[in-house]
Design a protein around this ligand. Sequence first.
Ligand code: ACO
Length: 279
Amino acid sequence: MAERSEEDTVSFDVMGGIAWVSFNRPEKRNCMSPKLNRQMLRVLEQLEFREDVKVLVLAGEGDAWTAGMDLQEYFRETEEQGLWAIRKSQRESYGWFERLRWYEKPTIAMINGWCFGGGYGPLFGCDIAIASEDATFGLSEINWGILPGGGASKVVQELMPFRKAMYHAMMGENLTGKQAEEQGLVTEAVPASQLKARVTEIAEALKKKDGNALRATKWAVRRMVDMTYDNALDYQIRAQEALHSFGGAAARKEATRQFLDEKSFKPGLGTFDASKIKD
Ligand code: ACO
């Protein structure tokens, strides 16, 4: 097929508050070229502050999520152009991985197939990761003589138990979606036939929660990774107070009223009705 335009390397559709974004180079197993990296950042920026986007799902067209960095266009071709081209490409890819890690809206990775190397950056960037049981995860870097860079070895060190992470990084053996779940790399693995339904179910549940509280929660969980207990406690106090300045106080008051006075919901069993919040 003719080479894809930059714009066509990422597809997206917004339906019922969910932005379905996909790596869109199935003929290249969705590997990440500089064009795709630039386009992905554009798409994420475009969707982040849209009122009609409550949750973002990152999926892959065809039978891959992403086969990692593009060995031809990301590595070989940029390396031929020298150091500044390499640095530029790194900025473009790490830039959107970072944007995803600190995204304003909740994000779900829907891993339908191959997920290799550089793909661990966006995998970690998404707040929740649901994989098909027959998806394939691998740090293949060691198989072609490099170390898992671009954040990948940090991702396994953060998410997996030490012994599992070390083995995974050193051996270049693949994991199924089910094994990835058991080792902490993804939240959950489900049969391929149920993947989209399960992701939709989670997205629908997230949509019902208070968006500001969700944003504060996901940022707190990420920020606290390298904080002491006392610093984390203080951060949480400040974050809750900041939340109060942007509608959080009214939301909390209404939720408390629905539980204590109206007795119309139980926080332990579901989400309050946010449509009744009074400004
Ligand atoms: N970089 C560049 N091209 C790629 C990549 C990649 N990461 N992955 C797949 N492609 C291309 C292939 O070269 C092939 O192109 P062609 O049709 O022009 O020959 C096309 O995508 C289809 O790939 P196949 O290998 O034919 O597909 P298959 O389904 O048999 O295998 C698999 C899929 C296992 C994912 C295989 O393509 C593969 O091993 N890819 C590389 C995975 C990898 O190691 N990624 C790099 C990780 S390291 C890092 O990201 C820093």
